[in-house]
Design a protein around this ligand. Sequence first.
Ligand SMILES: *Cc1c(COP(=O)(O)O)cnc(C)c1O
Length: 356
Amino acid sequence: MLNIRIEKTTTPKVLPKADNPLKFGTIFTDHMFVMNYETGRGWHDARIVPYQPISLEPSAMVFHYGQEMFEGLKAYKAEDGRILLFRPDKNIERANKTNRRICIPEIPEEDFLQALKAVVKMDETWIPDKPGTSLYIRPFVIATDPFLGVRPADTYMFLIILSPVGAYYPEGLNPVRIWIEDEYVRAVKGGIGEAKTGGNYVASLKSQVKAHDEGYSQVLWLDGVERKYIEEVGAMNIFFKINGTVITPKLNGSILPSVTRDSVINLCKYWHLPVEERRISIDEIYEAHKNGTLEEVFGTGTAAVISPVGQLRWEEHIMKVKDGDIGEFSQKFYDTITGIQLGKIEDKFNWTAEVK
Ligand SMILES: *Cc1c(COP(=O)(O)O)cnc(C)c1O
């Protein structure tokens, strides 16, 4: 058990009004969790303190070489008043996998979970309860040594900040347009593509800007070697339904293993819907589109849960999916996963964890 010191804010902020759209990642709650690490001493000084700026040396290692891990999950207010986290064990496990890859000391799983629950409970009045809203939780670790040499740091800070977020699709699921990138790559096998770390995002910005300029909301990455096989979308994994089978790229070392992806695969198995994790080439998708067997395309990620794709652009080809409509299964996965998250559908998989 962590011994968490608590310092309550003396100047609580005004809660967002009911009509506030709660634009993703713009509003932060009253408190945050902080814990420090030092080689020889381990993780120590766990505390919940008022949300505030942190002070670091300009030479802090995180600013120069990017030694940083982050996670993203949500807390939901169930209709019966319970506060639920969705599969936090998966995020914690993935956080430590990222930590190992980028030489950050692991955080004991039970301490991590305790910290998540404690800080969410502290700011529970901030959890919005309109349909589709939630409290986004952002745990992250940064390297803090004041040092310009290249090596793993000896000191770190682990923080958890909280942000109330509105419905990703306020008017219901809305298909997105996706740009298939054939110039830049995000990650290669053996690199850090399967770690949740800022470096993967900075590598993606240039393409994202290009896609936005062309009127597309997100980028779909191809593999970094042959530029031929489907990898994933910006902050989502991708699924295709072709001729009755649900297909998603196999986790190959350069794709971030999405918790929502794993949930969709589990639901497919539960529903006896054929599901395959394998290599998929862009040519196969283009063929399926041409011969009319590309039935649905959707992304999976915590922010939107399920994001139906209405259009894919690959080189000069524009592939419309479902005429820009939402697929039946995209909707069904969305309704089921959000139903479980909100405690409205029986949690047969034991995916939710109660904060209280
Ligand atoms: C976080 C993330 C995802 C989505 O993962 P979830 O666990 O479902 O939220 C997908 N791709 C990338 C690159 C990510 O960083």
